[in-house]
Ligand binder design. Structure first.
Ligand SMILES: Nc1ncnc2c1ncn2[C@@H]1O[C@H](COP(=O)(O)OP(=O)(O)OP(=O)(O)O)[C@@H](O)[C@H]1O
Ligand SMILES: [Mg+2]
Length: 261
């Protein structure tokens, strides 16, 4: 399976990646070796992303895309290397500390709403870790004011929501903590086209209007690269190609391997 990717040539180095995020880097991964147990999945991995930038990871199944998000959030074994926010090392903070102190939120790949709790209760669960519950209430209120689809169902159990509304609730729940970085694994998975559009519009609004930094993994490479400022093509735990999202859409190797062209 890996042979078809061998043609991709010389991998970009840290300086090349840095050029894609010229203004002050918000999140930076340096020379990371990480995996599960003793197994190393990511090899000498680097990543740069600025405040209010979006970066999309694409690549074959098993390349290590989710493992990058897991490593940022704190679910992997980190053998060496560093992860920094605004130049401050956060490599060994727990997920709870990352959520609370540096504002990194992780939106899971699989369905994670509580089906029997109401939409509003689900939202408030996003703030369970906050010391000041009043802040969570304020933020949940703001979110309900913003999203009519959730507001209309605030007192209904989450199980009545459609797939797209559920994804909206999953994203919104992460927002209750007012994170500066959103890690989003496969936002479009299992959704029909109109909901895929909706999810990307929401992410676009969060990036442009709320200045969130977004790192997403997307199986739908075309959608992901159209959305994101930066794209990294991950193969076997290393970045094989990196560029601006629209440049990668024009890249013939990317087209042939990931866009069905
Ligand atoms: N919790 C885990 N424990 C052990 N190995 C894992 C774990 N999660 C993932 N792996 C392994 O790490 C490798 C990379 O997996 P990862 O989930 O990061 O791939 P991916 O690029 O996200 O793939 P997909 O497109 O299928 O989601 C795979 O070989 C996988 O089997
Ligand atoms: Mg994955």
């Amino acid at each position: 399976m890996s042979n078809q990717y061998e043609v991709l040539g010389k991998a970009p180095v840290a300086e090349d990646l840095k050029k894609l995020s010229p203004s002050n880097v918000h999140l930076n991964i340096k020379n990371l070796n990480a995996g599960y147990g003793k197994m190393e999945i990511l090899h000498n991995f680097d990543l740069f992303v600025s405040k209010a930038q979006s970066l999309c990871l694409i690549g074959p199944n098993g390349a290590g895309k989710s493992t990058i998000l897991h490593s940022i959030y704190g679910f992997t074994n980190i053998f060496s290397g560093k992860i920094e926010i605004d130049g401050k090392e956060i490599t060994n903070l727990t997920p709870a500390e990352k959520l609370k102190s540096v504002g990194i939120a992780y939106i899971l790949q699989d369905n994670s709403v509580f089906p029997d709790m109401t939409v509003e209760e689900n939202l408030l669960m996003g703030g369970y870790i906050k010391d000041k519950t009043e802040e969570s209430f304020q933020e949940a209120k703001r979110i309900l004011e913003k999203y009519e689809r959730l507001r209309n169902r605030r007192n209904q159990p989450a199980k009545v929501l459609s797939g797209g509304e559920r994804r909206l609730l999953e994203i919104s729940r992460a927002l209750v903590m007012k994170p500066s970085v959103l890690l989003v694994d496969e936002p479009s998975i299992g959704l029909e086209p109109k909901y895929i559009e909706m999810v990307f519009e929401i992410l676009d609004d969060l990036q442009k209007n709320e200045k969130k930094t977004i790192i997403l993994v997307e199986q739908n490479a075309k959608k992901g690269l159209e959305f994101a400022d930066i794209g990294y093509v991950l193969v076997s735990g290393q970045t094989a190609i990196a560029g601006k999202g629209d440049e990668l859409l024009e890249n013939p190797d990317v087209g042939r391997l990931f866009l069905g062209g």
